[in-house]
Write a protein that binds this ligand. Structure first.
Ligand code: SF4
Length: 337
């Protein structure tokens, strides 16, 4: 890639200070997202992927806070570090929605039930100055509805979110996210709340829109099947850290990390059945206050080595061009004690 990354996350730490102790939800995360790229971030619930995206959008609520690291967002005038912008300040509000947009998991909660879906999109377009008049914004909204495959857009623009099916609501949410032509779209498990057929249609639609508008997308999911369909590049996360990162081919055809391998073994096969009835990843995610020492995956890892995995934390190391692994099976570099 010749262009600089659109987003460069470096050594990001997000922690939540509670009475019971401190949760390190994101623990030294680094990755790049290039213009036009679809980056998939995958991992079990609680691995820190949604917190990472909230950090990018500066939506971390107390007692959470970004305790360290940089989130560099590339603009024509140069890179800005989003962690330095006040979350509620004018600069961050101008970026959020206009340049960096979110498709949330559950659009029902994202749309207000007391205003029509169309009015809310028109409002967003006007707020970010993407149209000269409400009439123009309404015409743009009808065009967006058409783009996202909503039939009868002239009528549906005046519907309330609760009058639409789950699939139509999610399409309307995508229209909302695209309304100001964002450069970066964050899709947070956008298909978990809808049925499998609609899910496939929504994924195809996102791919089509990505090709049409050239938007960079970060796709967050626990589902490797979705990643296989959507992503060019994949980050596998566990307990707030990168376990493995590479192209979709690296991850699916030459996975190196035992956690990635276990996730792949637990994927459903072509007939929709999981490949085995046994739990593939033994044990459960550790309690957030009881983070294991050493490699975070060692209590569940079938390949854990007694002399190092419980005491040293493996660094993410590029073992082949573009293929990064945090595991002592592939190198011996550990975080400083
Ligand atoms: Fe397993 Fe050790 Fe590799 Fe961690 S470092 S994934 S415990 S082999």
């Amino acid at each position: 890639m010749n262009a600089p990354p659109l987003l460069r996350v470096r050594d990001l730490h997000v922690s939540f200070k509670m009475d019971e102790g401190t949760v390190r939800a994101v623990d030294g995360l680094s990755f790049d997202l290039f213009p036009g790229q679809v980056l998939g971030i995958v991992g079990e619930s609680g691995c820190g992927k949604s917190v990472t995206m909230k950090a990018v959008l500066q939506l971390i609520e107390p007692p959470g806070r970004i305790s360290k690291g940089e989130i560099l967002y590339q603009r024509d005038s140069g890179a800005i570090d989003l962690t330095r912008l006040p979350p509620k300040g004018a600069a961050m509000r101008a970026l959020r929605g206009a340049e960096i947009a979110l498709i949330p998991q559950e659009p029902m909660a994202a749309f207000s039930p007391v205003h029509t879906v169309g009015d809310q999109i028109v409002e967003a377009i006007m707020l970010h100055g993407a149209a000269g008049s409400r009439r123009e914004a309404r015409a743009q909204t009808i065009g967006l509805f058409r783009d996202v495959g909503i039939s009868m857009p002239e009528q549906r623009i005046d519907a309330y979110s609760w009058q639409l099916s789950g699939g139509l609501r999610q399409r309307a949410m995508i229209a909302m996210a695209l309304s100001c032509h964002p450069r970066l779209l964050i899709a947070d498990e956008p298909t978990t709340a809808i049925d499998v057929t609609t899910q496939a249609q929504i994924l195809a639609l996102l791919r089509e829109l990505q090709a049409k508008y050239g938007t960079s997308i970060i796709f967050i999911t626990h589902d490797l099947g979705v990643i296989a369909q959507m992503a060019d590049h994949v980050v596998v996360m566990y307990l707030g850290r990168v376990m493995e990162e590479g192209t979709v081919d690296d991850i699916f055809h030459a996975p190196k990390h035992p956690y990635t391998q276990a996730l792949l073994r637990s994927m459903p096969n072509m007939h929709g059945e999981t490949r085995t009835a046994l739990p593939i990843i033994s044990g459960a995610l550790p309690h957030p206050f009881n983070r294991p020492p050493g490699c975070p995956f060692h209590p569940r890892c079938p390949d854990a080595m007694a002399d190092r995995c419980a005491t040293r934390v493996p660094m993410p190391v590029e073992t082949e061009p573009g293929h990064i692994v945090s595991c002592f099976l592939h190198h011996d570099e550990a975080e400083p004690a």
